[in-house]
Design a protein around this ligand. Structure first.
Ligand code: GCU
Length: 600
């Protein structure tokens, strides 16, 4: 009888959890850093749970009293096999791989617990916000399921108002970094799948009725009209919304429609944001008891034939690819200062553009790049061999695209939304990617859509970019490694390109590896000299034997940890296509590209 009862309760829990998994996830709160928050960063207790005994019983059914429930023990008669109070602590945000050498290659579930004191304010709502958890997060507050999120690089939040209590509260997170053939990305990648609560965690307190999102942009085709759209959390009509841009003498009110949306235009002629003049304006939005401020730039971006126009003028994107990995310590980036280190190297290189590969980076990275005058390519991890036949994978990819766009919608420096990287051709892949590209375009007509594709040979020495997806993108982007993978760099001298789309073309990846400090007179492979010669030949090919490009983002700024890269001596778990080593050493190729950008 007891087993029957347990199974029935477990089934109920499972049904409830499953039902709540989708119900728990609330639409994203925008610009949490400017809201009324209580940080939950700091030291969290953790328990490694490789076979998820904290969530499933021995029949692999969800348990009623898993690790998410603090055991009521009397230390004499009550059986339990976990105790957070005597478990170790780990800093959040952070990844376990670089926190503890024993966890360097760990891919699995880990429980995190944080206790905190909370004083509910009458008539307010409280959201629990995570900047990112890789890869799947099941979240519990005071032993009750708050919701689940899948996707390792985008923010999410749950309305936990009803789960909180005055005084001490407990948040539990089951973070699971395991990828599979059905996840996005799949368990086939060229980086380190850092696991954990990777970005800021905070409680966000808002009035009962609050501002969910807002968007400010130059009205298309104008320089003296700003289009404003403010969306309240509830579909409340007739609510007054007020926006202010003091430096532009804008102070305008409007009322919401039946959807809780107020969309209107204000007359103003802002100084335009550009890499040379990254001008931002203090903006405020108020509705009822809620008030949010932000710093927003205004610019236009469009294409004309093979050119990308920023503020109506042709721009060449002097770019570089960057992974979300800190210099000098590896691990995911979680501070603005660490963003500035990498972005400072990009500026030193002469860049006006960064491709934040292959997934949405920390919001702080996008905001620091905006402040420093670096344009951004924002990308979701539809990387290589996704299960393109799976509706779940498409829904997951689209949710991550939505979350990335919602988060960065007001960042003037974001000019390209990328929906994929190097995906194998098939009819399922074409349906999957065209759906994402169309969705991105429909959600935001003010930016360009692209995806990194691969070269297609017209002959052994003439390359093109033949891809059904080229009709769905605004910018044709191609990754190519001619002269590296399996070829001598002399092959580059014999290669030319024919790309016959009347759209801007960006070389979204190109690179070769070098071990910093390894020098070879004979220019042996893996030496800095070999990598530098690779760049000299490639840049010469671009100048002399390619159609006009709108930009390049060589692969990559900094050597980065990759589970794929196991060559003794030269790689040792790092992909060494960086122009800078993980210790900050500029390689010879850095100067080659820097000079080319200077001469551009
Ligand atoms: C691919 C891929 C990168 C990878 C790079 C490489 O183009 O997009 O993620 O790191 O090549 O081979 O180094």
């Amino acid at each position: 009888m007891k087993k029957l009862l347990t199974a029935a309760v477990a089934a109920l829990i499972a049904w409830g959890a499953a039902a709540q998994t989708t119900a728990g996830l609330d639409p994203l709160l925008q610009n949490v850093y400017a809201r009324n928050t209580q940080s939950l960063n700091g030291y969290w207790r953790y328990v490694v749970d490789r076979i998820e005994v904290g969530y499933y019983d021995y029949r692999h059914q969800p348990v009623e009293n898993g690790f998410f429930v603090e055991p009521q023990v009397d230390n004499v008669r009550t059986w339990k096999e976990y105790d957070f109070d005597t478990s170790p602590v780990m800093p959040v945000p952070g990844d376990w791989n670089t926190f503890d050498e024993r966890l360097s290659l760990y891919d699995g579930a880990m429980w995190f617990r944080r206790k905190f004191v909370y004083r509910p304010q009458q008539g307010e709502r409280t959201f629990l916000y995570f900047g990112a958890v890789n890869y799947d997060a099941k979240v519990f507050v005071n032993g009750r399921f708050a919701g689940e999120h899948e996707g390792g690089f985008t923010p999410f939040n749950f309305d936990v108002t009803e789960l909180m209590r005055p005084g001490e509260n407990t948040v539990m997170v089951m973070a699971d970094s395991q990828l599979s053939p059905r996840t996005v990305p799949v368990d086939n990648y060229d980086w380190c799948n850092y696991g954990g609560i990777l970005r800021d965690v905070m409680l966000v307190t808002v009035p009962q009725d609050f501002i969910r999102t807002y968007k400010f942009e130059l009205q298309r085709g104008t320089r003296d009209r700003i289009r404003v759209e403010v969306k309240l959390d509830k579909a409340l009509a007739g609510q007054e919304v007020t926006v202010g841009i003091p430096e532009l003498k804008v102070n305008r009110s409007a009322v919401t429609d039946a959807d809780g949306v107020a969309a209107f235009e204000v007359k103003a002629s802002p100084e335009l944001w550009s890499p040379e003049n990254p001008r931002l304006y203090e903006v405020t939005v108020a509705a009822g008891a809620d008030r949010v401020s932000d710093r927003i730039g205004f610019r236009t971006v469009e294409t004309r034939g093979r050119d990308i126009l920023l503020n109506g003028k042709e721009i060449f994107l002097k770019g570089i690819c960057i992974h979300d990995e800190a210099a000098f310590r590896d691990g995911r980036i979680y501070s603005a200062e660490e963003c500035r280190t990498l972005l400072g190297w990009a500026k030193e290189l002469g860049c006006n553009f960064v491709r934040l590969a292959h997934y949405p980076h920390n919001e702080l990275m996008v905001r620091e790049a905006e402040r420093m005058g670096l344009l951004v390519w924002d990308e979701i991890p539809v990387y290589w061999t996704i299960d393109f036949s799976s509706d779940e994978s498409l829904a997951n990819a689209r949710n991550q695209l939505d979350e990335m766009m919602e988060r960065d919608m007001n960042r003037a420096n974001v000019i390209i939304w990328s929906v994929a990287n190097e995906t194998p051709h098939s009819s399922e892949r074409d349906a999957f990617l065209s759906s994402l590209a169309r969705y991105a375009k429909s959600k935001d007509a003010s930016r360009l859509v692209s995806m990194a594709m691969e070269k297609s040979p017209k002959s052994p020495t003439v390359f093109s970019v033949k891809d059904n997806m080229n009709e769905y993108v605004d910018v044709i982007s191609v990754n190519q490694y001619t002269g590296w993978y399996g070829e001598h760099i002399d092959v580059i001298d014999r290669v030319s390109w024919e790309i016959d789309y009347d759209k801007p073309i960006v070389m979204s990846e190109v690179g070769a590896e070098a071990l910093a400090g390894y020098h070879s007179e004979e220019m042996k492979i893996w030496s800095e000299e070999y990598q530098a010669e690779f760049y000299r030949k490639t840049l010469k090919m671009i100048d002399e034997r390619m159609p006009k490009l709108a930009g390049i983002t060589p692969w990559i700024l900094k050597d980065f940890r990759s589970t794929r890269r196991v060559m003794p001596v030269y790689q040792e778990g790092y992909n060494r296509k960086g122009l800078v080593s993980e210790r900050g050493e500029r390689k010879e190729a850095f100067r080659v590209l820097q000079q080319w950008y200077k001469d551009k």
